[in-house]
Design a protein around this ligand. Structure first.
Ligand SMILES: Cc1cc2nc3c(=O)[nH]c(=O)nc-3n(C[C@H](O)[C@H](O)[C@H](O)COP(=O)(O)O)c2cc1C
Length: 147
């Protein structure tokens, strides 16, 4: 099972931290979303993950753009870090992928360090996230999809 995760993690690297752990434990290949173009060989992978921080309730633009190129029939999953993990922030990108005929297998979200706006004046929120439990849960999420 060959898994790739296409990611963008530009605020504090929290999403990259989750992706790095999955790469270490599951052998997933990580590719920055900005480097995906029409030459990308989607068919090299059995499972395709899209990972992002959340801005204004959505995945970052680079990841959304990459998802707009996904071929029909691809098996995909979604990972995100956010300020408040209280809803499914992957709904938008999931629709993009589903509209292109991809098979959406699930999403995993957890908290990430956030210093957006006035929060930075008080040192931000979720300074210690993703924590060890959240990293382990992310690995479990991908392992189950690969099984
Ligand atoms: C401009 C901006 C907008 C954000 N919007 C949201 C949001 O709508 N909902 C949320 O839960 N978190 C929001 N956040 C928090 C980030 O999603 C969170 O810090 C995430 O861990 C960033 O991931 P990264 O470090 O991998 O880029 C926002 C952060 C920034 C900088």
């Amino acid at each position: 099972m060959k898994t790739v995760i296409i990611y963008e993690s530009k605020h504090h690297g929290s999403t990259k931290k989750v992706c790095d752990r999955i790469a270490e434990e599951c052998g997933a290949v990580l590719i920055e979303a900005g480097s995906i173009d029409e030459d990308f060989n989607w068919k090299d992978y059995d499972l395709i993950g899209f990972a992002s921080g959340i801005a204004y309730s959505n995945f970052y633009d680079g990841v959304n753009k990459a998802a707009q190129m996904i071929p029909e029939g691809s098996k995909v999953f979604f990972i995100y870090t956010c300020a408040k993990n209280d809803k499914d922030f992957s709904a938008g990108i999931k629709k993009t992928a589903a509209d292109r005929g991809a098979v959406c297998l699930g999403s995993y979200g957890c908290r990430g360090y956030n210093t957006y706006g006035p929060l930075k004046l008080i040192g931000g929120m979720n300074k210690n996230n993703p924590n060890e439990d959240e990293l382990k849960a992310a690995v479990e999420f991908v392992r189950k999809l690969e099984a």
